[in-house]
Design a protein. Structure first.
Lengths: 75, 180
């Protein structure tokens, strides 16, 4: 049984050699940092809640334009 | 230690330093699993992006060696991504046209090549979780404890997956009439 497993492993390593023994191990790599950075810094789309908050704020300003002055003074 | 704390706090410069230190290690690990350089690059980017996104979950002080802990954490993310990729990509890889069209004489070399191709194909068709465990243990000869850490399972479970992979591979090869 153990010999069977060893034969199978030997055949497997012959058919699927370790990466070190193939061209994969020596493959040159390009700089991936710009891609990682782009993924991190990409601006996400506003959520529904954020859109709703913005709409409510604009509606409030439309009804109470003097509120803009109060808001400006608050900030 | 300070570098890992700065990373966990979200400092981009610290993350870039860690990326430069661990990139080759992660990419080398992924290419062993997916055996495709372009896919390995893509999954490396995804691994680091996920690590950055989940940086608050990384506790540099949890285990003794923060470097080892960070490397293990990246390997776990990479393993999950590789398994997901293999799951999506699990399909029959046909012989290329020139190989199929060749009226090959049944020499020993040709038979050996055909046998190797059949084994490689049967191996690619294993369930990804078994294939990853078998690749790391039988092909790349990594320690069972390292594989267990990367897969987030016990050493016993790793041995079980390897055993099942070998059994399934043998069964598939018997169905194909290939005897290794």
């Amino acid at each position: 049984m153990r010999d069977d497993v060893e034969d199978m492993v030997r055949a497997l390593r012959s058919a699927v050699p370790p990466a070190e023994a193939t061209a994969l191990a020596g493959a040159t790599t390009r700089d991936l940092w710009p891609e990682v950075l782009a993924r991190i810094t990409v601006r996400r789309a506003p959520t529904r809640a954020e859109w709703a908050l913005l709409a409510a704020g604009l509606a409030w300003l439309a009804f109470f334009p003097q509120g803009a002055v109060a808001l400006f003074l608050l900030l | 230690m300070e570098l890992f704390e700065r990373f966990a706090r979200g400092e981009l410069a610290a993350f870039e330093t860690l990326f430069r230190q661990f990139e080759r290690q992660v990419q080398g690990y992924i290419v062993r699993l997916v055996r495709d350089q372009a896919v390995a690059e893509e999954l490396t980017v995804e691994t680091f992006w996920r690590a950055h996104r989940a940086r608050a979950c990384f506790d540099p002080g949890r285990s003794g060696d923060a470097r080892q802990s960070f490397g293990g954490w990246l390997r776990r993310i990479a393993t999950n991504l590789a398994i997901d990729h293999l799951r999506r990509d699990r399909r029959e890889v046909p012989l290329s046209d020139d190989q199929a069209a060749l009226p090959a004489p049944a020499t020993e070399a040709v038979l050996e090549r055909e046998q190797r191709e059949a084994i490689a194909r049967a191996f690619r068709q294993l369930p990804p979780s078994l294939r990853v465990a078998a690749t790391l243990a039988l092909v790349e000869e990594q320690k069972h404890s390292d594989i267990a850490d990367a897969l987030g399972i016990s050493v016993g479970a790793v041995k079980n997956r390897i055993f099942r992979a070998v059994r399934l591979l043998r069964r598939r090869l018997e169905q194909l009439g290939v005897k290794p």
